[in-house]
Design a protein around this ligand. Structure first.
Ligand code: GLN
Length: 240
């Protein structure tokens, strides 16, 4: 839970099931990870390490009862196409509008954005940002940087960028949490958190802890609830 700059250990990634810390800050919460493509497993490991129950989301009905949903890094065009194929775009939008929290990393940032500079892939429009894809130079430019991130304490965060986007434009309601080379790379707006980098690839859990804190705050506020599910935001599957 403290800051550290190590890369996530292979034995954790390769273990058959995430090992949950039932006393962690996420205890009692259930967080889904969109598992169509990309590094969803690494997000599950961090969230379980923080005590949350996790599940992989591939169908709309798997959103029911979740407190939050992570949209992982990967390839945003592929994620967009698979979301269409699995009829997930509308249910995820409904989930967010009903008070479910979202955290998009890298391709996930692109997925939740209002738009992209490039005009593709189609995005969900759940955050008032415009993303520029592969923004930090051409092709495979990947790098790490130590960033100060608002909301996670004074120690810098080792941010791993892999063909990362940045936030080209942000609306007035968007809170900028971090910049890199003068560009916005972490931000939040109401119930949506985004990072252009990959915290799930390091041992520093503070970005996921911030997401959990946002869920807890939201749960403390008056939110739409499903009958019989106190404390949980629920979106009805659109295709049922
Ligand atoms: N460049 C990818 C895209 O545009 C995102 C890369 C990532 O998620 N690591 O979808």
């Amino acid at each position: 839970m403290s800051a550290s700059n190590g890369t996530r250990r292979l034995d954790r990634i390769l273990s058959p099931e995430p090992n949950r810390d039932t006393l962690g800050p996420g205890a009692g919460l259930t967080v889904g990870v969109l598992a169509l493509q990309g590094d969803f497993r690494e997000h599950r490991l961090v969230l379980e390490q923080l005590g949350a129950l996790t599940c992989e989301v591939r169908r709309a009905d798997q959103l029911v009862g979740l407190d939050g949903l992570v949209i992982p890094g990967g390839e945003s065009t592929t994620i967009s196409k698979l979301m269409d194929a699995y009829d997930l775009a509308e249910p995820i939008t409904a989930f967010s509008r009903a008070g479910g929290l979202l955290y998009g990393t890298c391709a996930g940032l692109i997925t939740v954005a209002r738009d992209t500079v490039e005009g593709s892939p189609p995005t969900l429009g759940l955050m008032d940002i415009v993303a520029r894809r592969n923004a930090f130079g051409r092709q495979v430019r990947s790098f790490e940087a130590d960033l100060t991130v608002a909301g996670i304490g004074p120690a810098t965060f080792r941010a791993v960028f892999i063909r990362a986007p940045w936030v080209e434009n942000a609306g007035p309601g968007v809170e900028v949490l971090a910049t890199c080379e003068g560009r916005i790379v972490a931000a939040r707006e109401r119930g949506v958190l985004v990072t252009a980098f990959h915290p799930e690839l390091t041992d520093d859990t503070r970005m996921h802890e911030l997401f959990i804190t946002m869920i807890r705050r939201r749960e403390g506020a008056a939110q739409p609830r499903a009958a019989g599910e106190p404390g949980r935001a629920v979106a009805a599957p659109a295709n049922r």
